[in-house]
Design a protein around this ligand. Structure first.
Ligand SMILES: Nc1ncnc2c1ncn2[C@@H]1O[C@H](COP(=O)(O)OP(=O)(O)OP(=O)(O)O)[C@@H](O)[C@H]1O
Ligand SMILES: [Mg+2]
Length: 458
């Protein structure tokens, strides 16, 4: 029988953890401080140590260091207070195998302990000198993250520190700021890199389809379900699932997702028993989820589950120091070996631009300029960017009187023009319009079905 060491100064936590672990068939030693913990480890072998981070006397971090030097390879799980990402980062950097943000459920503890016992040395991860888990050198699939910004450096530092953990990650940021790139990076540098990375856009499908896409369905679960289908969660087993635009998920699915995150099992649509899974969830949003929680549009409990490690990518206009490096990066990528550079006036224009589409817009701008010019030095004219793309001056189009037209007509025109301006980027257009992507999608479907798509201004 494997023995687990629990270290916490709080009696309630010691009792609770002991009960949960003993019921699951483990032997438990529970002690109240770091010094006693070291005595217990010297007295008999333990398979895993679970310790609080903040304790009077020897801190959890100090205990972690002592255990690492005396019993290298003995896996430790550090318990951190909710919202203290710093504690989690410190623990992971110092070599903890996992962290557990309070409050947690019995399933959370058992899931982590069993996962560690099944896989004592996480595959594919070797530890760098600074303690951050790294997978063997391989080119990241999404490409390198290029940055000179101190804010971005901090985000990357947190992301890499928690990459080895199973904990959920929530990446917020405007459209095109690099959320998916960061999610792939977290997957690539962590121990799950040998398993699948599966991305699902929650805004792209209506609820019923999204549900069977995520959770799979049994044969005959509904009309048209002629074969059994594995859901993305099952496909991502042992790997990472990216839930893009999580804010667009409908309440019913939010509840199902919460269950997956709490119970570590999925229910196939029409299935009779749950299937257990081990998936790391990364969610992205370009809307303010906290605000959505306040207004009741997003479940608070799910928000807390996802918000354990929040990462926010600043818009490009707030990290002008990245523009030159990104410009050079994209020049090199799109020039196919030909030496292409950007002159000073063009760079000045790039620095001044507001970049509503963020890095993606810069990427497209450079790609177009490189493709269309044959020279080796790009000037301001080659970039083809408006000085004022968002139209902070009153837009000319709206000076035509709106009176006499129906709300529907005006709405349709507004939607089409906004889509044009955003190069058909629906997320971005929805944000400019102040509606959800789901609403935008529904409107477009409506126009299409009533044959109004043709009226789209060219
Ligand atoms: N720091 C960076 N270095 C290099 N390339 C980047 C960087 N940030 C973003 N990119 C590139 O910009 C493009 C947009 O990034 P990505 O798709 O990750 O953005 P996103 O935040 O997920 O956007 P959306 O909200 O629209 O889905 C991608 O081609 C990505 O490779
Ligand atoms: Mg994305």
């Amino acid at each position: 029988m494997e023995r687990i060491l629990v270290v916490d100064d709080e009696l309630g936590m010691r009792l609770g953890l002991s009960e949960v672990l003993e019921r699951a068939g483990f032997a438990v030693t529970a002690v109240e401080d770091g010094a006693t913990a070291l005595d217990a480890l010297a007295a008999q072998p333990h398979a895993v140590v679970i310790s609080d981070m903040r304790m009077p006397g020897m801190s959890g971090g100090e205990l972690l260091a002592a255990v690492q030097s005396r019993y290298p390879g003995l896996p430790m799980i550090m318990m951190t207070a909710y919202g203290t990402v710093e504690d989690a980062v410190t623990a992971m950097k110092r070599g903890a195998r996992e962290f557990l943000a309070k409050p947690f459920s019995p399933q959370d503890v058992l899931h982590l302990v069993r996962g560690i016992l099944d896989d004592p040395e996480p595959r594919g991860s070797t530890r760098r000198e600074d303690g951050i888990a790294m997978s063997p050198a391989m080119p990241p699939p999404g490409g390198r993250i290029v940055t000179n910004s101190p804010v971005m450096a901090r985000v990357l530092q947190v992301a890499e520190a928690v990459a080895a953990s199973r904990s959920a990650v929530l990446i917020a940021g405007e459209s095109g700021t690099g959320k998916e790139l960061l999610a792939r990076h977290i997957h690539t540098v962590g121990p799950r890199s040998h398993h699948a990375f599966v991305a699902v856009n929650c805004a792209a499908l209506p609820r019923e389809l999204l549900e069977s896409e995520l959770f799979g369905h049994e044969r005959g679960a509904f009309t048209g379900a002629v074969v059994r289908k594995l859901g993305k969660f099952e496909l991502a087993n042992r790997g990472t699932i990216l839930l893009d635009e999580i804010s667009e998920m409908e309440p019913l699915l939010q509840a199902k997702l919460l269950r997956v995150l709490q119970e570590y099992e999925v229910d196939r649509v029409g299935g009779s028993r749950p299937v257990s899974i081990d998936v790391r969830v990364i969610a992205t949003t370009n809307r303010d989820l906290r605000e959505m929680v306040a207004s009741g549009a997003f479940r608070r409990d799910l928000y807390y589950r996802l918000h354990v490690v929040p990462l926010t990518l600043p818009p490009l206009r707030e990290r002008i120091e990245d523009i030159d490096a990104l410009t050079d990066h994209f020049c090199a990528r799109f020039s196919a070996g030909r030496a292409v550079n950007v002159d000073a006036t063009a760079r000045a224009l790039l620095h001044r631009h507001r970049w509503p589409g963020n890095v993606r817009e810069l990427e497209h701008t450079i790609e177009r300029a490189v493709l269309l010019s044959s020279g080796s030095m790009l000037g301001a004219a080659d970039l083809q960017i408006d000085e004022d793309p968002l139209g902070t001056e009153p837009a000319k189009e709206t000076s035509i009187s709106l009176a006499g037209r129906t709300v529907h007509e005006v709405e349709r025109q507004l939607i089409f023009e906004t889509l044009q301006r955003t190069n058909n980027n629906r997320s971005h257009a929805a944000r400019m319009l102040g509606i959800s992507v789901r609403t935008l999608r529904n409107k477009l479907a409506e126009y299409r079905s009533s044959g109004l798509m043709e009226q789209r201004p060219s």
